[in-house]
Design a protein around this ligand. Structure first.
Ligand code: PLP
Length: 375
């Protein structure tokens, strides 16, 4: 296996940026105090924690008490779903609405809630991968406790109309959560009609194992992790100061660099789409316009996605495929089948995701490698 020289799987994870690493290092080396300790080493950590919280709040345009640091997107999503379900159960509301293409960090908690008596409506996304506001309006009932719809999809990069969806929920007095793990730092996010929002550090050039959940102050948060009084008693566990400092730096960098990143990536995305469309048997998956500048997802008829990924890896190029190799069988992605793709079409997909570090030469290398393999 050759070294990976072209990294195009940034929806899976991203490399840590120098600014994030520099911000974190003092809190890994000397500043190891527990933020709950009252001596100065601990107090320094507590100050770093509150500065990081203030930086995240400034980026999101919210209050510091509306931010809860977590271990990442999965915990933030689980917390949002179970907290809203608990509040719903207390009011006799046992209905939740989501989309068919959410991340498993949303879908699996919802499956558990179904087993516990909740009814879950999964809104369709049609062939463009977009939820329709009319479908949401039709699905809402007086029993709806929560609507959770991701801001941008991790496989096909489609962007949902979260401002409109959130406004409809607000009109009906229903909680609205959005998983912004892929969207934050790539599209503007409006918190006005969002009650809860998940963010993950490792998609933003911060390390794995840190993220946050924004919770509007008027929304009750039922803790998901128990065992300590940290974070106003709402999320137990000694705070990961270095990770949180890194997350704050990454969020500030992402917000500041969003326009420049999109200006750089949009032409690269368009080039990829037009050149890959010209290869035999290819099709773009998901909306062409309403998608992240960083995402391209193609099916290659007659080719197994996993095989293409492995062949590209031999040439030092990292991308991913739309199938998960679980227990020896290649399960097609639920996202691609929700678009109406057959199992074979879904299994033949490849996801290419860029970051601020992607250069035109990376795209040249990928296009020529793929063209060689396909021909
Ligand atoms: N939600 C989305 C949309 C994601 O893409 C991911 C990660 O792939 C997650 C949630 C989970 O985040 P984490 O890896 O930080 O737990």
């Amino acid at each position: 296996m050759s070294e990976t020289t072209v990294y195009l799987d940034n929806a899976a994870t991203t490399r840590i940026s120098d600014s994030v690493l520099d911000a974190m290092l003092p809190w890994i080396k000397e500043g190891y105090g527990n933020a709950s300790s009252i001596y100065s080493l601990g107090r320094r950590s507590a100050i770093a924690l509150s500065k990081a919280r203030a930086a995240c709040a400034e980026v999101l345009g919210c209050k510091t008490r509306e931010i809860f640091f977590t271990s990442g997107g999965t915990e933030s999503d689980n917390t949002a779903v179970f907290s809203a379900a608990r509040a719903g159960r207390e009011q006799g509301k046992l209905h939740i609405i989501t989309s068919a293409i959410e991340h498993h960090a949303i879908l699996e908690p919802l499956k558990r809630l179904e087993r516990e008596g909740f009814r879950v409506t999964r809104l369709p996304v049609y062939d463009d991968g977009i939820v329709r506001t009319a479908d949401l309006e039709a699905a809402l009932t007086p029993e709806t406790a929560l609507v959770t719809i991701m801001a941008a999809n991790n496989e096909i990069g489609t962007i949902q109309p979260t401002a409109e969806l959130g406004a409809i929920c607000a009109e009906h007095g229903v909680l609205f959560h959005t998983d912004a793990v892929q969207a934050f730092g790539s599209i503007p996010l409006d918190l006005r009609s969002t009650d809860m929002m998940s963010v993950s550090g490792h998609k933003l050039h911060a390390p794995k194992g840190v993220g946050l959940l924004y919770v509007k102050e008027t929304v009750p948060l039922h803790p998901y992790i128990l065992g300590g009084a940290q974070q106003s008693g709402k999320r137990a566990g000694t705070e990961n100061i270095a990770g949180i400092v890194g997350l704050a730096q990454a969020m500030s960098d992402a917000a500041e660099g969003m326009e420049a990143k999109n200006a750089k990536l949009l032409p690269l995305r368009e080039r990829l789409i037009s050149e890959l469309s010209a290869l035999p048997g290819t099709r773009l998956n998901g909306s062409r316009e309403h998608r992240l500048a960083s995402n391209v997802n193609f099916s290659f008829a007659g080719h197994e996605g996993e095989t293409l990924v492995l062949k590209l890896d031999l040439q030092g190029i990292a991308v991913s495929s739309g199938s998960a190799c679980a227990s020896g069988s290649l399960d097609p992605s639920h996202v691609l089948t929700a678009l109406g793709l057959s199992h074979d079409e879904a299994r033949s997909s490849v996801r290419i995701t860029m970051s601020k570090y992607t250069e035109p030469g990376d795209i040249d290398a990928l296009i020529s490698a793929l063209a060689g393999i396909i021909k």
